[in-house]
Ligand binder design. Sequence first.
Ligand SMILES: O=P(O)(O)OC[C@H]1O[C@H](O)[C@H](O)[C@@H](O)[C@@H]1O
Length: 289
Amino acid sequence: MSLTSPSTPELVYLQGQPVVQLRAPDGARATVLLQGGQVISWSPAGGSERLYLSERAVFEDGKAVRGGVPVIFPQFEQRGPLPRHGFARTKRWKLLRADTGRDDAIAVLGLTDDEATRSLWPHAFAVELTVAVGGNRLDLELEVEHRGAQGAAPFSFMAALHTYLRVREVEEARLKGLQGVRYQDSTRQGAEAVESSGALAITDEIDRIYFGATRALLLDEPHRALGIEAQQFPDVVVWNPWDRKCAALPDMPPLGFRQMLCVEAALIGEPVVLQPGEQWWGRQSLVAG
Ligand SMILES: O=P(O)(O)OC[C@H]1O[C@H](O)[C@H](O)[C@@H](O)[C@@H]1O
C-alpha cells in the first residue's frame, strides 16, 4: 500500500480515501478507512498482517470495500427492506478522536443519521466504532444509540463486524469453538443443523449463521493461531465464497478465497430494540497467538 499527503496528523490518503493510521508504541498497527468506518489492516506487535483485504477492493464513496472489517448496520444481508447489509458500510464516517497511549493506539469513528439514511430508515441514531490496537490484540467496540426525542418510535437493528481474516491457505485452517452450536446454512436454503465438528475445516463454500455461540473461538493454522472473542454479539457468521462464487465477485481475485475466512461477530437472530435515549454496545477482540 502506498500512502500519500497527510492533511492532519491523523489522516492520510489511500487511493484517494482518508484513512487513520494507528501505531501503538510497541509497533502494533491498524489502518481504518473513514469510508464504512472500516478497519482494513491490522498487524500485532512484531507480527504480520492478520486481515484480508482484496487486491481488487474498490475505494470509492458509497461502495462497500471487500475486506478488513465492514460494519454491518442496521440490517444483516437481505433480512429486511434496506440495501443488502444495511447502509453503514457504504457511508463516510467521521473521525471523532485518535490517541496514542502507553499501551495502545485508539481511534473512535462515528456515523449519525442524515437525510439519506432517514429516507431509508426513519430514525435518529448515532453509531460509534472504537478501534484499539496494541500488543497482540485488536479490540473493536460498536455502540448504537437511539437519538430520537422522547416519544419517538423505538427502532430495532441487526449488526455485525464482518471480519475478513487472512489465512495462508484456507484448507489448512481449523476453526474451533463452535461444536454443539445450532446454525442456519445459507448454502442449503437456510436448512438448520447443529455443528458436530470441534475443529471445522473449510473445504468448500461455507455460509452459516451460528446462533448463540458463547465460547471464544480459535482459528488455528499450522504456523499460527488467532483467538476470536465477542461480547454482546451472540451470533457468528462463517463465510467463504469458494471458487465459483469468488470468481463471480468483481472485487475479488479468482483465488482470493484461499487467503481469507470471514468469522463475523453478529447480532442477527434476535434484533435489539432501542427506545429513545437507549444504547447498546458489542465488542469483537482478535488476539494473535
Ligand atoms: O458480497 P457482500 O454483500 O459483501 O456479502 C458477503 C457475504 O456476507 C455474509 O457473510 C453473508 O452471510 C454472505 O451470504 C455474503 O455473501
